[in-house]
Write a protein that binds this ligand. Structure first.
Ligand SMILES: O=C(O)CCC(=O)C(=O)O
Ligand SMILES: [Fe+2]
Length: 384
């Protein structure tokens, strides 16, 4: 429990300083000595989840209220996903910024994934999800199937998988440097384009912040990955509720290529990450947050310092259909990605082969738009 409390403390950078202060009031340092709490010290999120009073402040209650604050139910797993506040990474406050960068560094190195808040306006995320929902609702499956991939240069690709190993319908589109997507229904294209535009700014911001944490000038990752022409592919997924799926697997376990993946969804349920210590963690995205999962090519560039984590989608408990959009933010197709010299020394020889992003996407025999990982083939044998 102490560990969980620590985790909640460490990750609860939800809105700004007031919330942190309130949380330190909420979280007793010792179970026998409960700090008094006044509801006026609580931020608006905290007020929204109920009328906390000093009687309720026990360790268990604190944790469960923090859970409900983020929209969790008791049966979901909260632990071990850090929350990173994007706005604090660029704060003018001389204490705030280094603390936030350190927190992001820990999230990257010790987890490899995190919830990002204050990056993209909620209305933009909601708009994109509504657009995707309209695409799946307002077109028939037959209309959608016109986007079935026909050749390797296709920039839009549709698929329907319905077997024990995979259950989903998806539409993949190239989102950057040029956005390609179906033009019907109206607003779908505009809504997702707005998300791609806004998120591209956030991507550049995260590239700056992570470069700094790694000890480089802030343009390091942007230059290495040539992000101006970064190849981004967005996978929009529609998962059936579990009673409609023949098997329980939505997407089998895999890692994703690229710098990182940004994921938004309409309802929680199904995405699981394999943590550093070999435990599956349920991804339950707090409202207003975007899930970030580091990709294969950041692992390659950092020679394994930051890892790309295996994940899967399991549909066991889904009562309703779920929509997600996983955007794989990649280097430019012609960027040559190899372990950076700054991550190599005698005890850290190169652990991956260098190749262009395009080559790595095609390494398994897949096309660029399929964005399949080839990390296991790119890994070099460990010298004895
Ligand atoms: O839909 C999800 O939650 C994850 C999908 C995913 O991992 C992918 O499309 O690569
Ligand atoms: Fe994935």
């Amino acid at each position: 429990m102490a560990q969980l409390i620590e985790m909640v403390k460490g990750s609860a950078r939800v809105e700004s300083v007031p919330l942190q202060r309130s949380l330190s009031l909420l979280i007793p340092s010792n179970q026998d000595q409960v700090a008094p709490i006044s509801s006026s010290t609580l931020p608006k999120h905290a007020k929204a989840f109920g009328d906390l009073n000093s009687d309720q402040v026990s360790t268990m209650v604190v944790v469960s209220n923090i859970k409900s604050m983020f929209g969790y139910t008791d049966s979901t797993i909260i632990d071990e996903v850090p929350i990173v506040d994007y706005s604090l990474l660029f704060s003018d406050d001389h204490d705030e910024q280094p603390n936030s960068l350190e927190h992001l560094g820990k999230a990257c190195q010790e987890f490899g994934f995190f919830y990002l808040i204050n990056g993209v306006a909620e209305s933009v995320v909601e708009g994109a999800l509504k657009g995707i929902s309209d695409f799946f609702d307002l077109t028939t499956q037959e209309e959608r199937s016109q986007f079935l991939k026909k050749n390797s240069m296709d920039r839009i690709s549709w698929g329907l998988r319905s077997h024990a190993g995979e259950n989903r319908e998806f539409l993949k589109v190239v989102a950057h440097p040029q956005h390609h997507s179906p033009t019907k229904p109206a607003n779908f294209r505009d809504a997702i384009e707005e998300y791609f535009k806004r998120f591209h700014e956030v991507e550049l911001g995260l590239a700056k912040a992570i470069s700094k944490i790694l000890g480089y000038e802030e343009t390091y990752i942007e230059k290495e990955f040539k992000l101006e022409a970064g190849f981004d592919v967005s996978a929009m997924n529609l998962y059936p509720p579990s009673f409609q799926s023949k098997g329980s697997i939505g997407v089998p376990d895999h890692t994703d290529p690229g710098f990182f993946v940004s994921l938004i969804q309409d309802v929680n349920g199904g995405l699981q990450m394999l943590s550093h210590n070999g435990k599956w963690i349920g991804v339950n995205i707090p409202r207003n947050a975007i899930f970030i999962n580091l990709g294969d090519h950041l692992e390659i560039l950092t020679n394994g310092k930051y890892k790309s984590h295996i994940h899967q989608v399991i549909l066991d408990n889904n009562e309703v259909r779920r929509i997600s959009m996983a955007t794989l933010h990649g280097p430019s197709l012609d960027a040559f990605i190899a372990p950076g010299p700054g991550f190599l020394d005698e005890s850290h020889p190169p652990a991956y082969r260098g190749m262009t992003y395009k080559e790595s996407l095609e390494f398994n025999g897949y096309d660029e738009i399929d964005v399949q990982s080839s990390l296991s083939q790119i890994r070099l044998p460990v010298p004895i």
